[in-house]
Design a protein around this ligand. Sequence first.
Ligand code: AR6
Length: 208
Amino acid sequence: VALTKIPTIRELYKAGVLKAVDAAKHAPNPALLDRVSLYQGDITRLEVDSIVNAANRSLLGGGGVDGAIHAAAGPSLLEECRTLNGCDTGDAKITKGYDLPSLHVIHTVGPIYSSSNVEEKAQQLASCYQTSLQLAVKHSLKHIAFPSISTGIYGYPVKDATHIALDVVRKFLDTEDGTKLERTIFVVWSDADKAVYESLIPYYFPPE
Ligand code: AR6
């Protein structure tokens, strides 16, 4: 899927998919409307500079989006991952994309959710988004596509996780480093997750 086929949130407002809300949490930043996307589908099909993998600390593959990324990238990805010595929760490491249409994969490790230590889990999840964004800019990558980290096998409540994802990305795009990212894409798999993103995006990325 080419970048031109991935709708920006400006286009989603125009189409009526996204609707303005009264009590937005951030001031409008019109430039960001062209630089953020919501896309429902398979992250492994995106022709972008980088996709993010919701990995585990071994970085040696697993189920969910991790399994899909390794399957689509081919065995060379696992070979490179073996050289990385794993990754801490909340941190991120980068590899090439191999057989993926994405040039790079940014592997991050989300927290395994539990209803105790909610604040620590939230900080770890925010750190996944933050370190992934920083890594993309450090490597001069212009696009980054995120799956909904930790909300599958790791059990993080989708609504809480989506607030964190949107908050960290909005704040990062407002910084000087953030101006270097031409497109940040939130990738959702299920209809339910898409509905959550559609309802919350207007609070963080209000229209003009
Ligand atoms: N494209 C986009 N999103 C996807 C895809 C895909 N191809 N496949 C699944 N999702 P999960 P986690 C969505 O479980 O919760 C692995 O075993 C999925 O619907 O992949 O961070 C790792 O090795 C959900 O919304 O990641 C770890 O052990 C989101 O991706 C563990 O799972 C994340 O779900 C990580 O669990």
